[in-house]
Design a protein around this ligand. Structure first.
Ligand SMILES: NC(=O)c1ccc[n+]([C@@H]2O[C@H](COP(=O)([O-])OP(=O)(O)OC[C@H]3O[C@@H](n4cnc5c(N)ncnc54)[C@H](O)[C@@H]3O)[C@@H](O)[C@H]2O)c1
Length: 369
């Protein structure tokens, strides 16, 4: 492909494929379309009509199967948008074809599958990012900067909460939804976004004590989960997720340290109380005007903005060109998955689960995944 210039300087143009032409695929297609040096060239789905429909909207090819999509020389990167429990199985084929990977969250639904995918990407020497688009939301970028500057002091408490609403029709809309084998419940599917943000801010988790239940839906997996966490740093926290809360509320992250607290709702900082912001005794830190707003995604599965997906995909393209690890790696995806699975194990067996150090997120030494 030709080599146009992106907003961040010259970058090699890349052709994209999408495997899985369901709900999330149009977010990927629109995000790719918004990146100047990215172009969607082909899509595929086991339901050919879905691939044809997505291809018609985005003026690209509908390939009859994954092998045909992977055989194309003009596909450099593949977005894996199939049901969660198939991510590794499909992703391993993508890596084996030497294509870079954008893998939707969760990375898969078992640690074994996640490890196989990480190994496959490493062996093939391709880059992989696991979607956690909210790391690219404006409020999270600012919070990360404050944390890196040490402005919250030593972290004490971190809380992540997803109180969303999904109808029974949502779970009935595809056979894989709400199953343990291919999806998981409210924490694996919906809550993992803010769980990943919590881990990103607070660091590795050492212990998990949890409860879960399926209260208002007919499905195998949980529709409500709540866990108390002890972080390796000694700080504590909570993570909660439900799809049974009517009418659905903003996703919330609250990070508190010895020098301040930042509260995020749906990607924006709604409250910031920092010792460093005080201009005199008794004066409070700044408080932004926004608050309490309900995101589209709180009640609608497809109610997402494309900007943060586009930023994460763009970061992968930078990483490919620079030979560095993407900002969100396979290891990060695995770390969030490990905590979800620990929550499930704790809730099932009524005991605290200790995470082995091997489950902690760690730096990507070879930068390949
Ligand atoms: N990042 C986000 O905010 C976000 C939002 C929604 C969904 N997701 C994730 O995206 C993934 C897909 O979710 P969805 O809601 O789009 O599901 P969906 O059921 O709407 O779409 C999945 C598609 O994959 C196809 N498919 C199944 N097996 C396949 C295979 N082996 N090869 C090719 N195609 C296959 C299905 O026919 C279907 O069209 C899930 O992992 C989900 O967690 C992420």
């Amino acid at each position: 492909m030709s080599e146009p210039v992106s907003g961040r300087g010259p970058r090699k143009a890349r052709g994209f494929g999408i495997v899985g032409a369901g709900v999330i695929s149009s977010i990927h297609a629109n995000a790719i379309a918004s990146i100047p040096d990215a172009r969607l060239v082909a899509v595929t789905d086991v339901e050919p009509q879905r691939a044809k429909s997505l291809a018609a909207t985005h003026e690209c090819a509908a390939e009859p199967d994954l092998d045909a999509l992977l055989a194309r020389d003009d596909v450099d990167v593949v977005s894996v948008c199939v049901p969660s429990g198939l991510h590794a199985k499909v992703g391993i084929r993508v890596a084996a074809a030497s294509k870079h990977l954008v893998v939707e969250k969760p990375m898969d639904v078992s640690i074994e599958a996640a490890d196989q995918l990480i190994s496959a990407a490493r062996a093939a020497g391709v880059k992989m990012t696991v979607i956690s688009q909210h790391r690219f939301d404006q409020g999270l970028i600012e919070l990360r900067r404050l944390l890196d500057d040490g402005q919250l002091g030593r972290l004490v408490l971190g809380e992540a909460s997803t109180k969303w609403y999904r109808s029974q029709e949502y779970y009935d809309s595809a056979a894989w939804r709400g199953t343990w084998a291919l999806d998981g419940g409210s924490l694996m599917n919906q809550g993992i976004h803010y769980l990943d943000l919590l881990l990103w801010c607070m660091g590795p988790v050492a212990e998990v004590t949890a409860q879960f239940s399926t209260q208002t839906h007919q499905m195998e997996a949980e529709d409500t989960a709540l866990a108390v966490l002890r972080f390796a740093s000694g700080a504590v926290g909570t993570v909660g997720a439900s799809t049974a809360i009517f009418p659905g509320f903003a996703q919330r992250l609250e990070i508190s340290g010895t020098a301040g607290t930042v509260v995020i709702e749906d990607g924006d900082i709604i409250r910031r109380e920092l010792a460093a912001d005080s201009v005199g005794p008794g004066l409070r830190g700044s408080l932004t005007a926004r608050g309490g707003a309900q995101s589209a995604a709180a009640a609608k599965p497809a109610g997402l903005d494309i900007a943060s997906h586009a930023a994460q995909i763009s970061d992968l393209l930078d990483a490919i060109d620079a030979g560095r690890a993407p900002s969100v790696t396979g290891e990060d995806g695995r770390a969030a998955l490990a905590i979800v699975l620990a929550v499930y194990e704790s809730a099932r067996h009524g005991r605290t689960v200790r995470l082995p150090a091997a489950h902690y997120p760690h730096d990507n030494q070879d930068g390949s995944a």
